[in-house]
Design a binder for this molecule. Structure first.
Ligand code: GLP
Length: 243
């Protein structure tokens, strides 16, 4: 399999390494398509990119971005939405053209309509050059939850209790955590030319082991990455402690 693993000492080094790989993509192909992810893990990499941009070392003016997922029911202005997260952590601080930053529309009630629209949005970009991924504690990627089949295209998911509990730390109470989300599917993720996964912390160690060294099964959605020809895993020592 086309897996390369970079072990870093800690979260900060992981973030710097990931930002290096993303920068290289932007420098080598200024009109690239970046697949982006939310969650707490990529925040440090985004901060590093903003820092390099502010020093004049990076130019995002030709870049298009597509995000993996969005909570259903949340407006982009809601501070818990993934659109807000992306603006706050990256887009507001670099010279990306915001009209070429795409996130599923959480306010679209009609699931089928939104999923079809978002698949078209991604296809119209010409395909993702580099897809950044975090890893859920249960092995989820985007919001592709453990399941009995790999879902291919963008779809509406009922979030698992494990994910709702994990994400409740960002909300005032667990009742406010949305129960549904739109997410890119496994096919879309697998079609990215290169995949960069960032993982930090001991609570992800089991998910890392199962994803990359266990059987390929939709019960561990990230295990599909074993079939991808070009995956870079950047993880700290704690996240790699079960390998
Ligand atoms: C959320 C996101 C995922 C992310 C995961 C892990 O559920 N939809 O894309 O990878 O959480 O998040 P964290 O990095 O905060 O552990």
């Amino acid at each position: 399999m086309g897996l390369r693993i970079y072990q870093t000492k800690d979260y900060q080094a992981m973030s710097r390494k990931a930002a290096n790989i993303i920068s290289a993509q932007v420098i080598l192909k200024p009109e690239c398509v970046l697949g982006l992810a939310t969650g707490s893990t990529p925040v440090g990499a985004y901060q590093q990119l903003v820092d390099w941009y502010q020093k004049g070392d990076l130019d995002f003016s030709g870049v298009t971005t597509v995000n993996l997922d969005e909570y259903k029911g949340l407006d982009g202005k809601n501070s818990q939405s993934y659109r807000y997260f992306m603006n706050y952590n990256l887009f507001d601080h670099v010279n990306v053209d915001k009209s070429r930053t795409f996130v599923p529309n959480g306010l679209e009630e009609d699931g089928e309509k939104e999923c079809a629209r978002y698949d078209q949005v991604v296809a119209a970009t010409g395909g993702v050059d580099l897809q950044l991924l975090g890893l859920g504690r249960n092995g989820h990627i985007g919001f592709n939850e453990p399941c009995d089949e790999f879902k291919k295209g963008t779809h509406l998911v009922a979030l698992s209790q494990n994910t709702i509990d994990a994400n409740s730390r960002f909300f005032d109470s667990i009742d406010e955590v949305p129960k549904f989300a739109y997410t890119m599917g496994i096919r879309t993720i697998m079609q990215a030319r290169k995949i960069l996964m960032v993982v930090s912390g001991e609570d992800k160690a089991e998910a890392v082991r199962k994803s990359f060294f266990g059987p390929c099964t939709p019960e561990v959605p990230a295990s599909i990455l074993q079939m991808h020809p070009d995956v870079i895993l950047v993880a700290d020592e704690a996240a790699l402690s079960q390998i």
